[in-house]
Ligand binder design. Sequence first.
Ligand SMILES: [Zn+2]
Ligand SMILES: [Zn+2]
Length: 699
Amino acid sequence: MLCAQRLLRKVVVGTFLLGLMVGAYGSRPVVFLTKGQLGEARKRIRQYDWAKRSYEPIKTSATRWLNERLDFPEGPTGWYHDYFCPEHGVRLRYDEKKPHEHYCPAGKHYVRGEKFDAYWRAVTLGRLVDAARDMATVYAIESDRRFAEAAGKTLVSFAEYYDKYVRGRKPRLPARLMWQTLDEATYIIRAVAAYELIYDSGVLSEADRREIEEKWLRPTGEFIKKQTRVIHNIHCWQNSAVLCIGLVLRDKSLVDFAIENPRSGFRRQIAEGVLDDGLWYECSFGYHFYTLSALENTIIPALNNGIDISRELAKVKKMFIAPILCADGQFELPSPNDGRGGVLTWHRSAYEVAYFLFPGEKRFGRLLRKVYGSSSEGMQQRPPLAWGRDTLFYGVEKLPEKSLAPERASVNLPNSGLAILRSWLADDCTYAAMDYGPPGGGHGHPDKLNVIFSGLGQMFSPDLGSAGYGLKVHRAWYRQSLSHNAVVVDRSSQKPCTGKFVDFRGTGDVKWVSATADQAYPGVRWQRTVFLSDEGYVVIADSLRSEKEHLFDWVYHGLGEMDLAGNKMRPMSREDFGTRAGYDVPKELRVGNSGKEVIGTWKLDDGRRVFVRIPRAEGRNEVISATAPGNPSLVEMPMVVWRKRGKAADFWVVIEPVKGKSRISRAVVSDGKLTIEHTDGARNSYSVQGGKPRFSGNS
Ligand SMILES: [Zn+2]
Ligand SMILES: [Zn+2]
């Protein structure tokens, strides 16, 4: 097996390879696959069912495209985030035979319009390049010249199409095929993966190669290079594209730009973009994995070409570990900011690469074992071709017997500002994650000190992340503070800011995290403390102080059906609730004055319930209930808002997920202290004194 360690050893003997790339692996340039890796893949296909299964879809696709053709589309390309149903908010379904009709599976209807057609054309171009790569791969495995010829024809046609399309454009429009440079990078990486495999097949004449290289790859590489200048996930993709083109053209200046460029090269992206606790700085697991898949397309070609990236790899390893530390009891990831974290096991192709690069880190192998199970059928699910890589080529053959267990400890990631409290009662993990980190750049949400909750086998109060960026609800709701479990001041969303860490206790009967976000609303000092009791409930304490009068809204959203007991509710007008910064979105507004203790019950199935206790409070208080969009936006999530007015506000709320009966009989606030009486007679007190969390109990 040609593993990453052997590739790393090559670094020692091959550090000067870059200057001598010609001839290093025979006559063809190497980007994603060495001759050795191809030889190994042939053996695996004969030996292992999972490898055969992984190869089959490539072969099926290649055989199809050998006999069928897909025309190059006429017209400009569009944007992924526009390809959602404007009515139902779900992704539209592409049909290669229907350039002007786009199917919405939620409403079972077709959507029409130029922006949908434009994205259809982008998908079609992507399918053409994938067809070429599949055919080139089958040629490389089976040496069947027909596949190389068909792949070569597609690549030459692509070069002509690019030349015509880009030259034929009106002046001053960017010189690219795709709607955005990101898409230009991701499709050209797959094109290079195809080209390297048929380079020395003999099906391409000198003139063909010149056409492909000089009329298509080089201008694309030069264009992407010009567009690459900041630390960002998109620019990681762009570096990968420039590197792949540089390697296949044997152009040292492109290779150096992608790796070494001090402003935005690969080394800089890792040094600056990856926080020391392993999270990508945009602090979104969706973008974290998206960045990782970009980086893989730099790492593998770099290792294949003897470029020493050992320093960067140490940090990349942390990038694969961080999500394991952050997932809940069902391996679901939080979704701060844009994108969605999803479930850890969905990211199996990332962990295939992780285990290939770091075979000594058993957690990566155990995660794969968790995905595939111990049966041989499970192993056959190993993922097929994705981007420029594949389980077939890079998957580690032997996985550990043991599968990964969910993380049991509470963790605090100080650089990304994510603190995760966990308490285990038998097999159930009560989990609360608070985000006090950096604002997250262009994909950030005004969600400082947002807390999300999981327990009873479900993330019952998730962060919504985002859906299509082209949807109205994206800005109107997902990007407003009100859609988060946070405090909203004066019915406006927070200013982007970084919270400040105060305290963390990750062990003991009661765990906690505390942080401030004084810049979220200038002039308002805000500290939030989250306590997690081993009894499986959470206490949230908020303290807000200002010199001026404000309106403070404490907000909680949960899945399930909601019932509010304890006070009389009456309809509330939109004007009284709020009309902007997300306040125009929630429906079924009802309000009640909070005199007594108010208990909200969110009912999940199987008798599981989440109690949200708002203790009796002095002064003018209102409790508001409403329903608001979840994600997808068709899912309605009941929400509760606890509203106070004044120069200061303190909020104490208890959140308790239970199957069966509540373990709490009363929650009382007095003298800045919350006392919880348990049904078994125990009493626990929570407070924050001089900014420091405190706990005392007689249980
Ligand atoms: Zn629809
Ligand atoms: Zn958010």
